[in-house]
Design a protein around this ligand. Structure first.
Ligand code: PGA
Length: 224
């Protein structure tokens, strides 16, 4: 583990509607222990964020809420956008620059830089996703996820040793304050091996986060 708290982050992608997202929170939330050294985050779709946040508050669950993207624009005439200033009411963190956004929505390094800046201005933690050790990390960003494209949703994760090596290179380049997560086919069987790496501070999980029981198994595997 790379010092500090361990992050376990669920990225639902566009897989759960409002009801499904709330049902998940109502199963996972009560099972979470309040621990200073563990940060569990759920990132539902935009339409579910408000109700997920309400469910977390009502249940007083130790669960942070994140978005899967954020606008690169401030509030204004930007049809269809979700600015940081609006989202901050509900979220603690935003995933930025996921490879699916880079591929399907042509997101550029400049877009990612602007999104990161606006997130920080609104006191939202930017979680920037990069694909290899040469990925660019915008200034002010201190939480990144190393997610090799071929490992995402493929059932073929990178090896913990290789992920640890990438994390080491990134921390040598950007400083010890950088926290590096691994993402790509993380599941209850392999999660612990990733977080045992010296420079890895947690995991970003999509497929194995969708089933709440499986996600809880990941947390359990990482907690001993
Ligand atoms: P996966 O996706 O866990 O389904 O491999 C990870 C991600 O895309 O963040």
């Amino acid at each position: 583990m790379g010092g500090g708290a361990m992050w376990i982050i669920a990225n639902f992608k566009a897989n759960k509607n409002i009801k499904e997202s709330i049902d998940w929170v109502e199963i996972v939330g009560p099972k979470l222990e309040k621990r200073e050294d563990l940060k569990v985050v759920v990132c539902p779709s935009f339409s579910a964020i408000e109700q997920v946040k309400k469910t977390v508050l009502v249940g007083n669950f130790p669960l942070m809420v994140g978005s899967q993207d954020i606008s690169k624009f401030p509030p204004g005439s930007f049809t269809g956008e979700e600015p940081a200033q609006f989202l901050k009411e509900f979220i603690d963190l935003s995933i930025i620059g996921h490879s699916e956004r880079r591929q399907n929505f042509s997101e550029t390094e400049e877009d990612i830089k602007q999104k990161t800046e606006l997130a920080i201005k609104s006191e939202i933690i930017p979680l920037v996703c990069i694909q290899d050790k040469d990925g660019q990390i915008p200034s002010g960003c201190s939480l990144v996820a190393y997610e090799p494209v071929w490992a995402i949703g493929s059932g073929k994760p990178d090896t913990p040793a290789s992920a640890g090596e990438v994390a080491l290179v990134l921390r040598e380049k950007y400083g010890e304050n950088l926290e590096v997560l691994y993402g790509g086919s993380v599941n209850p069987e392999n999660a612990e091996a990733f977080i045992q790496q010296d420079n890895i501070s947690g995991v970003l999980i999509a497929s194995a986060s969708l089933n709440p029981e499986e996600f809880l198994e990941v947390i359990q595997a990482c907690s001993h």
